[in-house]
Ligand binder design. Structure first.
Ligand code: NAP
Ligand code: FMN
Length: 448
């Protein structure tokens, strides 16, 4: 099970004169797909400056705790980084004073710093401890020394041990358009198109879920708040019995609600599992942020450990909420489910979530009840639909998939259910994607 801690965007900053530290830094940056920044002195060190035990420039600076050699070039935009690796050679058991200049030039509050050094024989020892004093508001990780004969594998093993993993575009979970699935950070495979069941109840819910399963839909979204988990579970059990579908082929998402449910999370999560009554549950989400959300999430983590729930995630969490929430939990959410449709695109939120290796799923893909006619009748979408000989709903769903957003349109209409899964025999052009992008109105269709 993957329990990596999200470390946000990473920078590898280093100072190096003879190339040893530079080479470790570049390997680390390559592994992490991180940005690299070389700390270059305004007044470069000559060979004579570096000749130690000669009372040369380097010796003198190391003897003077107040020495702050100036750094050349423009300042960095440090605000964009969450984790900074700081590499330096050991000079007389300590970091060169230019590292102090670097640390004091920026605000590292709330950022994680991972120091590393190279040396002939000295360990990282007190050099890192002394740097902590310069940046008390950063979260310092234990440092590591590399000798000149280290390998790339050594760097890789070290970063894995420190749970520092790539966060750039490389981390985005890629959709497989052959199998119509995505592999979550929990290791489980999830279909990328499914059926939403909000507002489906009783026989209508059972029939819709069964119709969807019969037609090949394998992802079903429900929630304790929808009051239909029993019906969803019944439909799944019946489909398994009647249609020969295996339980493992179906992916069921449910959600636990704020208030009393999150106040008593063990009880309410168990109640979801009991109401569904399909053995394990593939995924459970926190339906909305709440005062007890961290407590409820930790309870979900326990259910994962015990194997009753396979993956966990969040719903209605945006950038600010994620920044506060993620450092408080152990298992990185596998999925975030938010409102996403052409009139509310979340173009800033989606990449942020995806670059954490978390899959994004959109609710109200067709605008939600009361708004579908306007969205499906949109001229731009209708023209694109005509060009591909598909329906406007299919264009919107395909647009989501091409943005690596999982879709769960709600429907009780068999024709719509069928249509909503036929998304793989056409492709929107870059131009069409841009035309839909231009429709964004930042127009939310629900309060959360
Ligand atoms: N996490 C959250 O806070 C949250 C909030 C809201 C929703 N959700 C989830 O997201 C799912 C989707 O949202 P939603 O169902 O409310 O809204 P939606 O999928 O945007 O729209 C559903 C409406 O679209 C119609 N429709 C479906 N397919 C169509 C097609 N191919 N052509 C024309 N009309 C079509 C449906 O009518 P027919 O029945 O006639 O097809 C229904 O009226 C929900 O079911 C729920 O699982 C989550
Ligand atoms: C001024 C100076 C002091 C040094 N002091 C030490 C030391 O105390 N212990 C040690 O093991 N190596 C020491 N070294 C060796 C460097 O730490 C080592 O060669 C390092 O890997 C060089 O990194 P670079 O190639 O990135 O500049 C010193 C080197 C210099 C120039």
């Amino acid at each position: 099970m993957n329990t990596e801690t999200a470390k946000g965007k990473i920078l590898v900053a280093y100072f190096s004169n003879t190339g040893t530290t530079k080479s470790v830094a570049e390997k680390a940056a390559d592994i992490l797909k991180a940005d690299v920044y070389e700390i270059v002195p305004e007044d470069p060190y000559t060979e004579a400056d570096l000749a130690y035990y000669t009372n040369g420039r380097a010796d003198q600076e190391q003897d003077n705790p107040d020495a702050r050699p100036a750094i050349a070039g423009d300042a960095l935009d440090m605000t964009q980084y969450d984790t900074v690796l700081v590499g330096y050679p050991i000079w007389h058991g300590q970091a060169p004073r230019i590292i102090s200049t670097f640390l004091e030039s920026y605000d590292f509050t709330g950022k994680t710093i991972l120091p590393f050094c190279t040396s002939h024989s000295s360990g990282i020892g007190s050099s890192a401890d002394n740097l902590h004093l310069l940046e008390k508001d950063a979260e310092w990780m234990e440092g590591r020394r590399f000798s000149a004969d280290y390998t790339k594998e050594d760097v890789e093993v070290w970063l894995n041990e420190m749970k520092i993993t790539p966060t750039s575009a490389e981390k985005i979970r890629k959709f497989n358009f052959e199998t119509h699935t995505v592999t979550l950070n929990s290791g489980y495979e999830m279909p990328i198109n499914g059926l939403g069941t909000y507002s489906l109840h009783g026989d209508e819910c059972i029939n819709s879920v069964k119709k969807a399963l019969r037609r090949g839909v394998r992802l079903i979204d429900t929630a304790s708040a929808y009051g239909n988990e029993k019906e969803v579970g019944k439909a799944i059990r019946e489909a398994i019995d009647e249609l020969g579908i295996k339980r493992e082929e179906i992916f069921v998402i449910t959600k636990t609600y704020p208030g009393n449910e999150m106040k008593n999370p063990e009880k309410s999560i168990q109640a979801c599992i009991d109401r569904l009554n399909i053995g394990y549950v593939d995924m459970i989400l926190l339906h909305h942020p709440d005062t007890n959300d961290v407590k409820a999430y930790k309870a979900m983590e326990k259910f994962v450990e015990e194997g009753q729930i396979r993956s966990i995630g969040l719903s209605n969490w945006y950038v600010k909420e994620l920044k506060e929430f993620l450092p408080q939990v152990t298992i990185t959410p596998a999925l975030v489910q938010n409102e996403i449709h052409p009139y509310y695109q979340e173009n800033d939120v989606i990449p942020y979530i995806q670059e954490l290796g978390i899959v994004v799923q959109g609710w109200y893909p067709l605008g939600g009840r009361g708004h579908t006619a306007e969205l499906l009748g949109n001229k731009v979408i209708s023209a694109i639909a005509q060009a591909h000989e598909v329906s406007p709903a299919q264009v919107i769903l395909r647009w989501n998939l091409q943005k690596s957003v999982v879709v769960i349109p709600g429907s009780s209409n068999p024709e719509h259910i069928q249509e909503n899964m036929e998304l793989y025999n056409f492709e929107l052009t870059d131009e069409e994607m841009l035309q839909i992008k231009a429709l964004d109105r930042n127009e939310k269709h629900d309060w959360y």
